[in-house]
Design a protein around this ligand. Structure first.
Ligand SMILES: Nc1ccn([C@@H]2O[C@H](COP(=O)(O)OP(=O)(O)OP(=O)(O)O)[C@@H](O)[C@H]2O)c(=O)n1
Length: 408
């Protein structure tokens, strides 16, 4: 019985990165032998076993059959007659189709190690097209490995375009699309995800609201060559820098300007009203991809309020208080902090402004702190109740905000 480490863990090792989940393939084993060693069987249909101590997955000598729309895109069959090479052949990319035995020796029939060295994302074989999710996976790997200089092999890009043209992308279940999007937004370079999807035409299918931003001009003083789509790429990358791994911030960064496609610069100067116009496409996107509440909520607030945060120093005291209330800052200060990160990413994610200071973020949290220090108990002592109490509390908080504000 031989055990091989396979898939992403081998790839990450060869890239010198910390490997995530480890998956193994056991060649020449039997279910009985696995059970005798204490492995726990999982799944009714597949011969997959969990290591008794580490909980890692061990798939018995197997083959992979057509993916259909299975959860992970492919399934395994017990088939002792199938070689490890055949297993690897069904995988998506050469860099993911490498196995490594206990002695560190690679089984690499598709030259994945060479592609890792040359930083090329290349599909393994024609089976690539069996799962349209692989288009999104390609884009996600490009986002994750962008700083290593990966490119998509031209022949792989051609297949990705074929998949998009076949219309199959539209049939992907929303949860799978969201899963890839969220992982891309939590990666170091989300812009590479968007660019790769745009290159093969998939962005218009999975994120048409974002695709619509490309070609929409920005205000000339931002940067004449940066349209709104590219601006969003820059904002997402900045968000990934300021809030690494936080896909809630990432999703709000991605979607805060959707309204700009509906309020073009040449029709309405400065995209007037885009913060409200963006709410409808945002809702459509969230409903379609079944975006979780947490991501949806911050995105909605960021869309509606980002201009107010940018203008924080010019707002009236009462408006600042209302802003804190509308963002539910009093109950959820952590979310207000995330809003500050999205707004800072928006401001700094414009070419040439990467180092621009953004004092609004700190001021926002400071004013929340000040307003929160006005204790309801102090106001209650005055014997007020109901709306009168609410008004008195708001007044006391606005007063506190007034005294604490940094002059514009
Ligand atoms: N649609 C898919 C999904 C997965 N795989 C294969 O299954 C392995 C494990 O998949 P997964 O855990 O989703 O991805 P990883 O490659 O491990 O990447 P990550 O480190 O991001 O989890 C991949 O390496 C790949 O060989 C595939 O060929 N096609």
């Amino acid at each position: 019985m031989e055990t091989y480490l396979v898939g992403g863990a081998v790839r990450d090792r060869l890239l010198g990165l910390t490997a995530g989940d480890r998956d193994y393939v056991v060649v020449g084993g039997t279910p009985e032998a696995m059970l005798a060693q204490g492995f726990k069987p999982v799944g009714r249909d597949f011969p997959v076993f969990l290591h008794p101590k580490t909980g890692e997955e061990y798939a018995l000598a197997r083959t992979e059959r057509k993916s259909g729309r299975g959860y992970r895109g492919f399934v395994v069959d017990a088939d002792p007659g199938v070689t490890l090479a055949e297993d690897l052949q069904r995988r998506d990319f050469t860099i993911n189709a490498i196995a490594q035995d206990d002695d560190g020796v690679l089984v690499d029939p598709w030259h994945g190690a060479r592609d890792i060295e040359q930083r090329v994302l290349r599909h393994v074989g024609p089976a690539f097209v069996e799962d349209p999710l692989r288009v999104l996976r390609a884009a996600r790997f490009m986002a994750r490995f962008a700083d290593l200089g990966f490119t998509v092999a031209p022949e792989t890009m051609a297949l990705m375009r074929e998949i998009v043209a076949s219309g199959e992308m539209a049939e992907l279940v929303p949860e799978r699309v969201w899963q890839e999007l969220v992982r891309a937004l939590a990666s170091k370079t989300p812009s590479a995800f968007l660019r790769t999807l745009r290159d093969c035409g998939a962005l218009a299918v999975v994120l048409p609201e974002v695709d619509a931003l490309y070609g929409v001009p920005q205000r000339a003083e931002y940067h004449p060559e940066v349209d709104t789509g590219i601006h969003i790429e820059l904002v997402c990358d900045m968000a990934a820098t300021l809030a690494p791994g936080d896909a809630v911030v990432g999703f709000a960064a991605l979607s805060h300007d959707l309204g700009k496609a509906l309020t073009p610069e040449d029709v309405l100067p400065k995209h007037l009203g885009h913060e409200h116009a963006g709410l409808a496409p945002l809702q459509a996107l969230c409903d379609r991809l079944k975006v979780p509440y947490q991501h949806r909520d911050l995105a909605k607030i960021a869309c509606r309020e980002h201009l107010n945060v940018h203008r924080l120093f010019e707002l009236r005291d009462r408006t600042v208080h209302e802003l804190l209330q509308r963002c539910d800052g009093f109950r959820q200060p952590a979310r207000l902090a995330q809003l500050g990160l999205v707004c800072e990413s928006d401001k700094r994610g414009r070419t040439g402004l990467e180092d621009a200071p953004y004092p609004q973020r700190e001021e926002l949290m400071r004013l929340l702190d000040v307003a929160q220090s006005v204790r309801a108990a102090d106001v209650a002592r005055e014997g007020l109740e109901g709306p009168a109490f609410g008004e008195a509390l708001a007044k006391a908080r606005i007063q506190a905000i007034h005294q604490a504000r940094t002059p514009a």
